[in-house]
Structure formats: C-alpha cells, structure tokens
Design a protein around this ligand. Sequence first.
Ligand code: ADP
Length: 658
Amino acid sequence: MMAHSGDFFDQHASASSSFRQISPTHLRSFLDISPDALLLVNQSGTIVMLNEQTAALFGYAEKELFGAPLEILLPPRIREAYLRHQQQYFAAPYARSMGAGLELYGQRKNGAEFPVDVSLRPLLLDGELHILGAIRDVTAQRVTERNYAVQAQRLSLLTDLMNLAADAILMSDPMSRIIFWNHGAERLYGWSEQEALGRISHTLLETRYPQSRAVTGTILEQQGQWEGELTHTCHDGRKVLVESRQALIRDNQGEPLAILEVNRDITERHTREQMERAYCEETVGRETLFHQILDSLPCVVFLVAGTDARMLFANRAAYQVWGVPWMFQQPLGEFFTTNGITLLNAQGRPLSVEHYATLRAIRTGEPVRDFQTMILPDERMLPIQVYAEPFSPPQSAGIPASEPVVLVTYEDVTVLKEAEKLKDEFVGIAAHELRTPLTVLSGYVDILLRQTSREGTSPLSERQQKAVTAIKEATLRLSTLTGDLLDVTRLQAGRLVLKCCSTNIVPLVRRVASYCQQTTEKHRIEVSTARERAIVIVDESRLEQILTNLIDNAIKYSPQGGPVLISIEEDLLHRQIQIKVQDRGIGIPQHQHGRIFGRFMRAENALAWEISGTGLGLYLCSELVELMGGHIWFDSQEGVGSTFFVSFPMSEGSEEWP
Ligand code: ADP
C-alpha cells in the first residue's frame, strides 16, 4: 500500500511478539468510526478491509479497492522495493507508529503522487496475520517543513552577510538581551559572539544616549526606527562613537520581537571633522582679522589680477576715499573712467590708463613707486604715494597662476606735500636772502681782484691771491646753488616763467661748449653738427642752463679726463632736433637709472668717487625741458660712460637748412 524511497518497513524497530486477536465485525465497526484512513492487508498484500476515508484519500470507490493489491496505492517507481520488504515484514511484523521519520508516498487513482505518513499494526483476524495500516496525507506538513528549511537557509545566508558587513550588527530581544552579534561587533567592541550573547546590550556597552535610553526607546516604539550617535565602551575600555541605526522588529501580532542595531564606528571621522571644523573656524577667524586689519589701515589697499587689473579686494579706506564702490572683477581703468577719477603725474599732467603705476607693475612684473595726484569724483585733489607690488597669491586663493596679481597701496601724502611746500618756501626764502650778501661778496671779490692786478697798486701776496680766488670760487658755487634752489622752489610753486622764442641753437651750443672748455684742461669738448641752423622754440637762457649742466656733469663725472662729444642732429621723421652730450666717465649704475631725474638724487658711484654735487641739476634739466615741450633721456653704463639726449620739436625755420 505505502512505500518510502528506501525501506518500506522499518527494519530497526523492535519486533512485536504477540498480536491481538480481533473479530472482523469489531474491526469493521472500528474502521467505520475512525476519523483516519484505515485499511487491512493480508499476508499476500491484498486489501481485505478499508474505510471510506481511505477510499476518499486515494480517489477510489471503496469497492474498487476491496480485494485489490496494496501496491496500486503506491507510485510505480517504488512498487518493486515495496514487494521485497513486504515479505520481510510479514516474516517479523511489528507495530510502527506515525512520524517515524520516513518519507513515504502514495498514489491516487488519477496518478497524482502525495506524501503520506503511515502507522502499522499487526493483528490476527480469524487466526490469520494481517496488518492494519493508518494513513495520513502529510502534503500540508511537508510544505510547511520545506518553508522552514528555506527560511533556515535564508537565515544562515543573512547571518553570513551580516558577518561580512564592516559595521557592528547586533540584535537584542525586548528585554535587551543580545541574541545576535556579528563579526563586525566582535571586531569593534572586542567581545566574542559567545561572550556577548545573552548579555544586556546597553549594560555591556555602557551606552551613552544623546538624550536618554527612555527617549530612544519611545521613538523606536512609536516610529519603529531610530537614528543617532551613541558612545559605547569597548572590552578594553576604549570609548567609541558610533552612528547607530536601530529598527524595532515586531511579530505578526505586532508585538515587539527584537531590536536590530547597525552601528558604524565614526570615532576617527568625528575626530577628523572636529579638527577640520577647528581649522575652518581658525581660517575664518584669521581671514576676518586680516580684513579687519586691512580695513583699519588709513591708506587705500587693493589687490588686482589680470592684464586689465580686475579688482579682487579693496579695503574700507578705498571706498571712503573714492566714495563709490568698486565692483569685484571690474577693471581699474573702467572703474576710474566711469566714476570720473583721474590720476595726474608728478608734473600734474593726466595719466592714461596704461601709465598707471598699477598697470605698469602688471606689465613689467617689477614694483613701481610713484608720486601722483588723484582727482576724486567730488573733484577734490589728493596727492598720493603709489606702491604697486607684484604679488604671488597662494594656490588656494583660486587665482589662476597665469594671471599677474598686484598689491597696490595709495598713501595720502597731503601732510607730506604740505611739509614739502613749507620746506620749499623756507628754502626759497633762505636762497633769496642769501643772494644779496652773495652778490655783495662776489662784487667786492671782483673789485679786489681787479684793483690789485692794476699797475701802480701794491699786488697781493701769493697766499692772499690764493685766498681771494678761493673766496671767488666758493661764492660762485654758492650763487649757483642758491640759483638752483630758487628755480626748484619756483618750479614747485608753478611760478617759473619761461620766455620762449625761436632760437637757432647751433651758436648757443657752441657758446656753452667753449665757456665750459675754459673750466677744464683735462677734457676736450667737441661740437659736431651737419648744419649751422637748427631752430627750436625755447627759452634761450634756460637752454643754456640745461646744456651747461649736462656738459658740466660730463666733465665732473669723467674725473680722469677724456673727450666730451656734443652733437646736434635732426630727426626728420619725427620732426625733432636732438642735442647729444656724450662722455667716457664713470657712468650711472643700472639700478639707479629710473630715479636719476629725481630731486636730490645722486648715484652711489658719484659718492664713492667723492665728486661733489647737490642732485638738483638733472631734476631742473628734466623739468625745464618738459616745460619747453621737449624730452630728455640718457644711456649710461657704469665704468663706460654716459650719453644724455635732449630733443625739441623742430620749428618752421629749421626747414630752411641749406
Ligand atoms: P649733481 O649736482 O650731483 O651733479 P645732477 O642732478 O646734475 O646732480 O646729477 C644727478 C646725479 O646723476 C649725479 O649726482 C650723478 O650721480 C649722476 N650723473 C649725472 N650726470 C652724470 C654723468 N655724465 N656721468 C655719470 N653720472 C652722472
């Protein structure tokens, strides 16, 4: 009737020695009232009795099974095995109960196979050995068992996965007893799974909650999950900060079953974040301090980038001076032009944008220092000292390395200018006051020299003669100095008046050259010109003063003597007349070229050679030449010599050159 994939009758069960005797009538009644499917088989394997539950279970009518061989209730694949074991069983029958752990199968009339469990009982009917079998369909039970197996497999997979996770994963029951503890938890906290299981999680880990355990518990209870940072104490006493995600797992009835906790160690991240925050705060603090310092400076400070000097930063003083805001990234030139801000050079002439100290420093990559006057939007005039310094910002400032950056300061030098004006006034007065006694002195010296050289007068002794000549030279030097000082103060005050007219400079140059030649024997002064007529519009006496100064310098700064070559040339292309004074003297050190036309400027090699001077001559020359509409410049090499050039626009008469 029934079979299992291996043994049909359990060979290992203990055999029963005595069998019950039962009457067929009793058995029939018993079968009829039994809720289970029962059948009776004789020794040849024929069904001799069955109840309707059995017929229904296998899908037959009762009478179809009556007298049929038991194997028709078995799947064909196991019938052969059944027949083998049937004989053995009848040889030593025993009682076998349900659930003996065997996998048995039956087959319905329609061919469908289904799992069954069977209990057997040998008994004597009419003195003959029979077997009573009870059959139960265990399809539903097998399905449940299979589901359990699948779930168990999933659970073990899940455990493996949880053990693979880097995070600490633990589960505790509603009493907070740990029921799961993955490898990550072992690694982080230092307790093995065996040590942790059954312990109260928050006691074991000395959990510190953001608020309290009760608050966390309530949120878990109400929302089913909780997230936050916890502090745990590890097995070795180390404190760790974890980012914890917790979920409350409920059973089908909604009762709390377990709390799942996934804890990620963020101790290091937290320390790093704290350090970064501190660093950030410090940087912001420093930046604020830096801005405060720059804002409390009385001078204008700004930073520009790019060839068009776009604004990166400007301090408060900048805004206060201009009275209008300079927009970030707006070019300096555009800002000045749109707001009517003008810059004048030291001579009071307006500067074009490309001549601004800032733009010059950007172009050359060299620092530029300049005195300028700024005309502000409200038409106030502000004398300023400009410092434009090329600047290398740190990479982190986000300025492309290819962009030139210049740091500029405008220092208000009104007070300095005032002081300078006062000083100029004083120098002017002093020079003026010196002139009268000097005139008297030099007048009397001249008279003395003239009278004592006449015949009939007693001549001066050699010592006296020397002394009077020294007085004459000193008074001459003094009157040149006072003259220069007076010119400087007049220029500063804009009071120097020129009397310009068309002048043929050729005889003028020759005159000055021959006068200068009388002062030296060590030098040979030569004038070369292709034309005898070169007309320019100049103040004749001032041009004489300029040339005297240049030739005197050529003589003075060639202490070992040598040629002084003067030439007058025409530049028809630019319609210029050019005078050139060339010497082979000590030259001017390259690094001082830019400042040589400044007031009181003296080159260091002139001082080293102990050549006396005031540093006023070239300043006066450049101012006078510029005032007369000309240009002055020079070429010089230290130890080789210098050439000074002066040029004036050609006047009409010059074209009449033969
Ligand atoms: P100084 O009275 O000192 O000669 P200047 O204004 O005429 O003043 O000249 C300024 C400086 O320029 C001089 O001190 C000197 O260092 C330098 N200098 C001028 N001319 C020459 C030159 N021909 N050769 C070398 N140095 C010169």
